[in-house]
Design a protein around this ligand. Structure first.
Ligand SMILES: Cc1cc2nc3c(=O)[nH]c(=O)nc-3n(C[C@H](O)[C@H](O)[C@H](O)COP(=O)(O)OP(=O)(O)OC[C@H]3O[C@@H](n4cnc5c(N)ncnc54)[C@H](O)[C@@H]3O)c2cc1C
Length: 384
């Protein structure tokens, strides 16, 4: 495909930004990014930013390994921090531990050799503040960590601008029509823009954007609040990112990590849609009281609550979740020139590099060859 086809990306969150950077790396320069507010305005600016490989299936580990290596390189090249605070996932039964052992075996195939299984006693010896009651063990990845995903969004946007990519901030896509040549005329809040190929990377708004192109995609936005707490008694050692949720378990679970000796971040995670769908244009505001009450109930079951614990800042964001909880990357039969890259739920930061690679390949060649073990295309939804 020639380099002069005009690719317009809707959204400057992690999905849109990694796709734009990948297009540049693949030699394509005719790119414009439209962002209705600023980089990281959506879910990408509200995330915990965790990047880890303690997943349970081969393809889930493959794409996360790719993501971790991507953020390592990006951090080195562009001066953002990838904090290796480690990631610990609790197991609630022997079957969980078997899944974790299999995960370690698969991770080794990808050259990730430092994760280990820990008994409850080993967990409490390493981090005396952690509580293991009712848990049979854990998997721990010491090299896993987190980025400040709002900072990543700003830095990735500045890299694009430095490489002469027009990044139109405060410009919203309002509508789309085909012109006489079959290209798209995009009606935006700043006038019309012409596109040969559109990348729909609009995060929780991606369902609405897909409808503007007559190529509707399913998405269920789920509210996920997060809170910061401070405590007068410092944690020594600080705790890694602790996740009390096992993928596919059908329940949600509390997560937390130390941000500083006197500070923890806390949230509640599940990959699945368990609440009513949320409109991304609603004001999300701080964490609802029902969530804060649940955190107060669950936290002591996993952490010996340090003295002087008080609630700090709270906020709410959205997980954009697809019907089968996997990302959607591809075009539908309704419009082969609109590539959707969306629906990564609570893993959208760590999966963005793989999603961006695949979306760029599809935009440039009509197909993707990277990550053949993923099933992120639109065919599985009956839309291809
Ligand atoms: C509390 C919380 C914690 C999380 N923790 C993690 C974590 O630890 N690790 C992890 O991997 N993931 C995590 N996630 C998930 C992750 O943040 C999201 O999956 C990811 O940020 C989605 O990125 P995106 O680029 O698809 O969407 P967004 O970041 O929402 O970007 C979409 C962009 O499109 C723009 N846009 C929308 N409509 C239009 C339009 N019409 N015109 C122009 N622009 C438009 C929006 O303004 C927005 O900036 C978390 C999410 C939340 C809420």
């Amino acid at each position: 495909m020639s380099n002069d086809r005009r690719i317009v990306i809707i959204g400057a969150g992690v999905a849109g930004l990694t796709t734009a950077l990948e297009l540049l790396d693949q030699g394509h320069t005719e790119i414009t990014v439209l962002e209705q507010h600023g980089p990281g305005f959506g879910s990408s600016g509200k995330s915990a930013g965790v990047i880890e490989t303690q997943y349970l299936d081969r393809s889930g580990i493959h794409v996360r390994d790719f993501g971790l290596r991507y953020f390592e390189r990006f951090a080195d090249d562009h001066g953002i921090a990838l904090v290796r605070s480690g990631y610990l996932r609790y197991g609630g039964c022997d079957a969980d531990m078997e899944l974790f052992q299999r995960s370690l075996d698969i991770q080794r195939e990808f050259g990730i050799t430092d994760p280990v299984l820990l008994t409850p006693r080993e967990v409490e010896e390493r981090w005396p503040a952690l509580v293991t009651d009712g848990r049979v063990g854990a998997v721990f990845g010491p090299s896993d960590g987190h980025v400040e995903s709002y900072e990543f969004s700003l830095r990735a946007a500045s890299v694009l601008v430095a490489r002469d990519v027009p990044l139109l901030l405060g410009v919203a896509l309002l509508g789309a029509e085909r012109d006489a040549n079959g290209a798209w005329t995009l009606q935006t809040s700043a006038g019309d823009v012409t596109a040969d190929i559109v990348i729909n990377a609009a995060g929780p708004w991606a369902k609405h954007v897909s409808e503007l192109f007559g190529a509707p995609m399913p998405l269920n936005n789920q509210l996920r609040p997060k809170v910061k707490m401070t405590h007068s008694e410092p944690l020594d050692p600080m705790v890694p990112f602790v996740m009390d949720y096992v993928p596919g378990s059908g329940r949600d679970g509390i997560y937390f990590r130390s941000e500083a000796p006197n500070e923890i971040f806390v949230g509640i995670h599940t990959d699945e849609s368990i609440q009513e769908e949320r409109n991304p244009d609603d004001v999300l505001g701080p964490a609802p009281q029902v969530f804060i009450d649940r955190v107060r109930d669950l936290l002591p079951t996993r952490l010996r609550v340090p003295q002087g614990l008080v609630l700090g800042r709270t906020w709410s964001g959205l997980y954009p979740i697809s019907p089968d909880n996997k990302p959607i990357v591809g075009a539908s039969r309704a419009a082969a020139d609109v590539v959707h890259v969306m629906g990564a739920g609570g893993s959208g930061i760590q999966l963005a590099p793989a999603m961006g690679r695949m979306a760029a390949e599809i935009a440039l060649t009509g197909t993707t060859t990277s990550f053949p073990d993923t099933d992120w295309g639109t065919a599985r939804l009956g839309l291809a």
